[in-house]
Structure formats: C-alpha cells, structure tokens
Design a protein around this ligand. Sequence first.
Ligand code: ADP
Ligand code: MG
Length: 301
Amino acid sequence: MSIVVKNVTKLYGEQKALDSVSFSIKPGEIVGFLGPNGAGKSTMMKIITGFIPSNEGETQVCDLDVSISPLKTKSKIGYLAEQNPLYYDMYVREYLGFVAGIFKLKNSKARINELIHMVGLSAEQNKKIGQLSKGYKQRVGLAQALIHDPEVLILDEPTTGLDPNQLEEIRKLIQKIGAKKTVMLSTHIMQEVEAICDRVIIINNGKIVADDKASNLNKLFSRKNVIHIEFEKAIDENTLSKLTGVQSIERLELNNYLIHSKSEVDIRNDLFQFAIAQGTTVLTLKKEELKLEDIFKQLTT
Ligand code: ADP
Ligand code: MG
C-alpha cells in the first residue's frame, strides 16, 4: 500500500480535528480528498507527510510508519502544502536548486531542467517566484514536490485560487504526473474530483463519511433529481405539481421553479409539453447541480 491510515485521531487542545480516521490508498491511485473548510483535510495531510504527529493511530507511507521512519517516508513523499508556501525573493531555478539540495540530489541541474520542462515553466524559468502569476507559482510548487521523484504525491488544495484557464492547465498537469504516481489531493470542489480522480474519500467534521469510486459520486448523490425551470409566463402550480414523476415543486423568484422528481424518471419532455399546454414557453431548463453542502447534509444525517 502507498498510504495506510488506521484509526488516526488528532486533537488541537480540546478540539478533535480528526476522529478515528482510517483508509488506505493503493499504488497508482489518484484519490480526491473532499470536504468543506475545517473538515480536517490539511490536518490529515500534515500527519501523512510527517509535519505533525497524530494523538492516536497509525500512519504508513510505502509500508513504513511515518513516526518510526520519518526521513525515509519523507523521501518517498512529494508535498504541496496548502497555499503553496514559496520563497518569493528566490529565482525559480535558485529555489529548485535549494530544494534539490535538501534532498541531496546528485545531477540536480539535469533534474531541474527536466522538471522545468515537465511542469511547463520554460518561459518563466529565469524570473523571481514573486513575479509569477498564481498558476505559474503553482507549477513551481509542483516542481518542488516532484524534484526527488517521489512515489507518493500529497497535494493540499492545489487548484484553489486559480482562474479557469490556470485551473484547467494545472488539472491536466496533475493528471499527467499522476499517471505514474500515487496521488492524494484535497479539494472542496466536487467537480474537481470528477475531473481528476479515480476515487473519492469524503471527510466531514474529522470523520470519513464516504469512500467510493469517483464515477459513483454522481450516483451516490443523485437520489434526488432536481431541475431548475423558468417559464416565460405564470403557470398553474397545482397542475405542475401533479405531473407524473414530480415529487414536489419549489417556487424561486418570478416564474422560476425547482422541481424535485423521482430519480428514475426523466420529466423534461413532460415539462415542455406542460409549458405548451399552459400557453407559455420554457426559457431555462437545467439540472440543478448538487452543492457540496447538500451532500454533506445528506451524508451526515
Ligand atoms: P481543512 O483543511 O479541511 O479545511 P484543517 O485540517 O485545516 O481543515 O482543520 C481542521 C480543524 O482543526 C478546523 O476546525 C481548524 O480550525 C482546526 N485547526 C487546524 N489547525 C489548527 C491548529 N494549528 N491549532 C488549532 N486548531 C487547528
Ligand atoms: Mg485545508
């Protein structure tokens, strides 16, 4: 196993940040670690990477206990910490050289060249880190995590704060890198998990509440189908609520409604027919995306 976490509990003073957390990750998996702010994602990652100890439980990386073999396990882990801490006054190459020195790499110059190419930093390689855009800073963060060619990558919210273009590029990069490594990446964005990961572990209030294939994420949470529909004119709500398959309707502003339906029926066609029968048209019809908050509510109640 690449990562094994067994009954790990972490207290900050009185507060329990992790409550008997267990999971394991196989070599080559890309696992999304999903949870709202304060769920315990960063704490779990800091324990795996050996930055802080747990109060109880066991943590292994590449079959070695992180508290018994801290240096050996660190040599197998690449870590991009939350908010990507970097030295802004250092030049890109200088910084990567500095990190290579920490790992006592031989041939560090060749390795730095290779990484700069791999993460797409060629055009920016002679700049100071502080001068780079957020997306390029993130590439430097990924390069430092990869410099010693670790087996396991721990990425703590690697795409937070990026604009949509940068986001797309960094996601692609993580997928490319992840093809040959075990990756655990935390995020609070559900779509991110669907885009990058094989598997998803969901944490809430320091407890694992779900652990499944990422492709099951939708199935897991689409028990309720919700459609947002906007009619051009006012409609008869009573008739709408009695359409086949409709469980309940919820009026938003003006002629906008949220329609909850049984998940096995597709009511979109009936909704169009209904609009015609009502002498109006449909201006908007879309499946309402389930928000992470709703999922946590579902999972924790
Ligand atoms: P996440 O990364 O999922 O947002 P964290 O692991 O950062 O969550 O935090 C989990 C909980 O532990 C939060 O309630 C947070 O306030 C608390 N916490 C995190 N770090 C510390 C710390 N150094 N001291 C005290 N409380 C902390
Ligand atoms: Mg965090």
